[in-house]
Design a protein around this ligand. Structure first.
Ligand code: HAM
Length: 429
């Protein structure tokens, strides 16, 4: 008989307790930061009709990356590859009842059929943070500020990441007004710029020439000037002086006032999703081993309106758990991976009743304790505590039960203390 594989499905991960502790730390930090800005948690279904993604998420995500299938009733559904269409649907459904600005967040898992590699999984987790009903750039600025605050909450310093910012409106001026492309050429150019960092400069130039055809001699030098620009200042003046560029500069001024120092303007940042209408941004790790976006987001004023409601403006972003974990690892920002159990009760001579009584008294005071119920030798019990990442053990036998004094031992440094129940609580709570 062939055995079933113990490997999880390709691109997905099993989370054993030590992995789950890291994940829980990330989720708890996300939650603390977004709740400090007044964001409220929501949840949404794992499945949506495929059309929800086909509408505006873009061909790549909707048609090549979704896990889509026909349900038993003949409807084509997809496992959610992202949250933005679901939360837009939910806002559209309750648009009258919601209080604006509606500040909403969720922490959920998603699936995308991608090639698994460092930083890319087929099942991954995202925090989604979105604000609905504000069309001025205070919303854009708040969202980017939260992205910055999240990294700082993990202990990152401003030079460990870059927030690259652009605007879809400015991109339109750039493709149509500045480069003089038609809609089809503009679309192709946006996709090409989006892939820019994944291909060689030679391939980029070749594909750019193909897109613009007989306009090449006129367009390509202009494209060169764009690629050479590393900020507003070095932008060609036809672009720098537009209203769109000035609007984006206001966002920069506002986040600077909020203490964001890692933001850079990048005219080549596109974002792959079709629904963005204004500011777009991505957070990048500056560490060379981690050359992918940690977070991505932007303004998408047209999505809620697709659900038959009047348009409601929206800005948001989503940090991914996979990339963030890599970020914390390469910058040495992960906390010590310790068990949430404060002490392991080592039972002498099968004194289970005494051990359980003590454990119950400790739990009542909010101390997490685990009792060894195996009746094994003491050294075996202590080894188990060590393997589980529990630093401290309490010895309980008949003598301890009678005297009410217990030995608490730190198995990492060997120190021990004789303590009453009250003192144990003080020490462990
Ligand atoms: P996205 O850029 O597709 O945007 O994903 C956001 C983040 O999720 C990425 O920066 C990355 O960290 C993580 N991520 C995406 N795909 C994978 C994957 N296959 N494996 C691991 N991590 C991944 C969105 O999803 C937009 N819906 C974000 C948004 C919210 N825009 C407005 N509100």
């Amino acid at each position: 008989m062939t055995h079933l594989s113990t490997q999880p499905y390709k691109g997905t991960r099993d989370y054993y307790p030590a992995d789950k502790r890291v994940q829980n730390y990330i989720f708890a930090t996300w939650r603390t930061v977004v709740e400090s800005f007044g964001y409220e948690e929501y949840g949404a279904p794992t499945l949506e009709p495929i059309e929800v993604y086909q509408a505006k998420s873009g061909d790549e995500l909707a048609n090549t990356q979704t896990y889509a299938f026909e349900d038993r009733g003949g409807r084509t559904v997809a496992i959610r590859p992202e949250m933005t269409p679901s939360i837009s649907r939910m806002v559209a459904a309750r648009r009258q009842e919601l209080a604006y600005p509606a500040r909403l967040y969720s922490i959920a898992n998603f699936m995308r059929y991608e090639r698994p590699q460092r930083g890319r999984e087929r099942e991954f987790w995202q925090l989604n943070v979105d604000v609905f009903g504000v069309d001025n750039n205070q919303a854009d600025s708040e969202i980017i500020t939260i992205a910055d605050q999240i990294l700082k909450a993990f202990g990152a310093t401003g030079d460990e990441y870059k927030i690259r910012i652009n605007s879809r409106e400015l991109i339109n001026v750039m493709t149509h007004g500045y480069l003089g492309l038609d809609d089809t050429q503009a679309q192709a150019m946006i996709k090409l710029l989006d892939r820019k960092d994944k291909i060689t400069r030679g391939d980029f130039d070749e594909q750019a020439a193909e897109i613009v055809g007989d306009k090449a001699s006129e367009v390509l030098p202009k494209l060169d000037a764009l690629l050479a620009a590393d900020g507003f200042e070095s932008l060609p003046s036809e672009l720098k002086e537009t209203a769109e560029a000035q609007a984006l500069q206001q966002v920069f001024a506002s986040i600077a006032a909020n203490g964001v120092t890692s933001a850079v303007f990048d005219i080549t940042l596109m974002r792959g999703l079709d629904y963005y209408t204004g500011t777009v941004f991505e957070v990048f790790d500056t560490h060379p081993d981690n050359n992918r976006a940690l977070f991505g987001g932007g303004r998408y004023d047209g999505l809620v309106g697709l659900f038959g409601a009047e348009p409601i403006s929206a800005v948001g972003f989503a940090p991914g758990g996979t990339m963030l974990e890599n970020f914390l690892a390469v910058h040495d920002l992960l906390p010590e991976n310790k068990s949430a159990t404060a002490a392991y009760v080592v039972v002498i001579d099968e004194s289970f009743e005494a051990a359980n009584t003590l454990a119950a008294a400790l739990r009542k005071e909010g101390v997490n304790v685990e009792v060894d119920i195996t009746a094994r030798k003491l050294d075996k019990q202590i080894k188990t505590a060590d393997k589980k990442g529990i630093e401290r053990v309490i010895f309980v036998g008949t003598k301890e039960a009678e005297s009410g004094i217990y030995t608490l031992k730190n198995i990492v440094n060997g120190a021990d203390q004789s303590l009453s129940l009250d003192q144990l609580v003080q020490e462990l709570a």
